[in-house]
Design a protein around this ligand. Structure first.
Ligand code: SF4
Length: 468
């Protein structure tokens, strides 16, 4: 029997041929919510096992491998596959990760069904939380070597999970208050999802025309659905698909959302997350362990301290939850190590983020927009995404090389990806500046200023792969 959905019948007939297929997929997402929940809870169980069990096992011996040691397996899973995969999937699929697989999202939403159901407090709505939380977890993760030690994983990821559940137990009713306001990755996911080539599109005219009675939509991330005009906030759950015959999963150009971003839609915190977080702090965090400058600075400072008989900065007495302390495997940070890593990350944040910001400010001024840098910053999304992905992919190949898989070509591929993303950002900025520029010269000048500001990012990766 051929059963057609009445919602599908309401979709505009003028859509290109591929759109109904996507629209059907969107409706299927809504219909198969039960199957999605099963997947979510399987991920939750697996995640909890991988986060907790290795923390209670002895550290793996040198000769341990991914396939014969649980700690190594979990380490490879989290940092070698999970995080690079999540970044890539958010660019390619939107926030499907958040909606379908994120264990914290599933747990905070479930907790909020049984908790106190309080309204979201004002302090939590502060727009700077995603920026502050991203910076805090990235820097703290470096201090405790979260990529390498299971106790640090339990502290950072497990701590975040406990906080997500606690927020769910107090605030919201069946909502993801944690994800919307406090999740450390939310700011980055919002930025990356704007490049997604598919999204749930709202046809406002169809919405206004519709005589369909309104139905309750359980939108866990609390998106204002009628006003939704992009993929930044949507977790792609499909819950609103087909509503009033006006919402459907649809394809779009990856540039579409950012190219038409208005001044009003371009937040300063989001721009700061991209410039100082993704391009600055994250790059500094990925590169400090390979930096010969850091080694030289450490040596010079250590000599200076010893000459003056100041020895406490060279002590390794800090607790493991503050600074990496694993003397049994010959890995213990001194106070000097911790201070220098912080300084390295701060210098990168200010130098790389600051240069990119300055370039955008000049570009914005050229277009006659004093706050234009916030909007133009989103044009650097492809570059920021590539930079973060490259940094995370170092963890993948680092772990694979410990397994005996050593190849030179990944660095060539990384540089190719980086320069391609740089070119993509240029193209995106060109589209963004089209409506503001009075002439081609002005338009070209603003794009050039925007890109020149990011050259330190390119130089830093080039130095890491070709010089250090
Ligand atoms: S707007 Fe909300 S309900 Fe609609 S697909 Fe996105 S997350 Fe789901």
């Amino acid at each position: 029997m051929n059963v057609r959905s009445p919602v599908l019948d309401m979709l505009p007939a003028r859509q290109p041929p591929q759109t109904p297929l996507l629209a059907r997929l969107g409706l299927a997402m809504r219909r198969h919510r039960g199957a999605i929940l099963v997947v979510q809870w399987l991920v939750v169980v697996f995640y909890l096992l991988m986060v907790t069990l290795p923390a209670f096992l002895p550290l793996p011996p040198e000769e341990a491998h991914v396939l014969d040691n649980l700690t190594r397996f979990a380490q490879f899973l989290f940092w070698g596959i999970w995080w690079p995969g999540v970044i890539l999937s958010t660019v390619v699929l939107g926030r499907v990760w958040c909606g379908y697989f994120c264990p914290e999202g599933a747990m905070t939403e479930a907790a909020s069904r049984f908790g106190l159901n309080r309204p979201v407090p004002r302090w939590m709505k502060w727009g700077g939380w995603p920026f502050a939380a991203f910076l805090g977890t990235t820097v703290y993760g470096q201090m405790v070597s979260v990529y390498e030690y299971p106790k640090a994983v339990l502290l950072v990821l497990g701590g975040s999970t406990v906080a997500a559940v606690a927020v769910g137990l107090v605030w919201g009713r069946g909502k993801r208050v944690w994800c919307k306001h406090l999740c450390p990755a939310n700011g980055v996911f919002r930025i990356l999802a704007r490049l997604s080539p598919w999204h749930f599109r709202v046809d406002r005219e169809a919405w206004a025309r519709s005589t369909e009675p309104p139905r309750f939509i359980q939108c866990a991330p609390m998106v204002h659905i009628k006003a939704m005009n992009g993929a930044a906030e949507c977790h792609m759950c499909g819950g609103c698909a087909g509503h009033k015959g006006a919402i459907q999963l649809a394809a779009r150009s990856p540039n579409a959302e950012i190219a038409r971003l208005s001044r009003k839609e371009s937040g300063g915190w989001e721009a700061a997350t991209l410039l100082f977080g993704m391009l600055g702090v994250a790059t500094g965090a990925f590169q400090w362990s390979a930096s010969p400058w850091l080694v030289a600075a450490k040596q010079a400072l250590a000599e200076w301290l010893v000459e003056r008989e100041i020895f406490w900065p060279l002590d390794t007495g800090a607790p493991w939850w503050l600074l990496t302390q694993y003397p049994e495997v010959n890995d213990a940070f001194t106070w000097l190590d911790g201070g220098l890593i912080l300084a390295h990350i701060a210098v990168y944040a200010l130098a790389l983020g600051g240069a990119a910001w300055l370039g955008l400010v000049l570009a914005g001024r050229m277009l006659g927009e004093t706050q234009g840098w916030k909007r133009l910053a989103m044009g650097l999304t492809p570059l920021a995404a590539a930079s973060v992905f490259i940094g995370l992919s170092l963890l993948t190949t680092g772990q694979l090389s410990a397994e005996g898989w050593r190849q030179a070509w990944p660095n060539d591929l990384r540089l190719f990806l980086l320069f391609s993303a740089f070119a993509w950002s240029g193209w995106l900025l060109w589209q963004q500046t089209g409506s503001q520029a009075a002439s081609h010269g002005q338009r070209l000048g603003s794009v050039v200023f925007s890109l020149v500001g990011t050259l330190p990012v390119l130089v830093s990766w080039w130095a890491m792969f070709r010089i250090w």
